[in-house]
Design a protein around this ligand. Sequence first.
Ligand code: URA
Length: 238
Amino acid sequence: MTPLPLFRLLQSQGFGSRKACREQVLAGRVTVDGRPCLDPDAAFSGPGRLLGVDGQTWVWRDKAYLMLHKPAGYECSRQTRHHPSVFSLLPLPLVNRSIQPVGRLDQDSTGLLLLSDDGAFVHHYTSPRRHVAKTYRVTCKHPIDDGLAGRLLAGVQLHDDPVPVAALACQRLDEHRLELVIAEGRYHQVKRMVAAAGNRVEALHRYRVGNLDLPAELGPGQWRWLEKADLDALAGGG
Ligand code: URA
């Protein structure tokens, strides 16, 4: 990568406008690889670079790939109507990058939400043609009858679609809970499938996308970067 003036490097990482980034450097708020730098035009290459802003260190990243443990009560859009946005759970430099969710979760659903500013990546993992498996733990309102999993596996008819939609896998976990794997990501898909099969979703938690699991140590509302092993697990799963 061709070296870039420091203010541009900062701008690419979501630290604000050109002017704001120049000012942060001139104000002495920025370090590069741990050393203060007061020259906004000093040139550095991005890869491997540690940028410190107001005492917080950021590794330069060409593209942002991250996972968030979405809590209930948050909407996945930037402009929300009734609930806070998942973007309010992320630090400002990330919000300033044009990251978007890779497939949404409903306001009341919880679990693994991927976000990125890599348009090709987002498209790849949301495209209906890719058939990336999404695994949910579904809590049902009514006791799960013996036939529910079979009906979901055989395929159920959703109102807007003449072709039945089938689960990739479905297993009853206990009287009220199912593990359900689906390939598509249609609007309210799990809720509509379970309703069409004769029950009702009370709670929905996504804990795997492809072969990538929501890590146990990532609590509700917490996020972390996706590292190479995570991206490999994702790619390995579809
Ligand atoms: N299916 C749903 O019905 N809701 C979600 O949030 C995700 C999948």
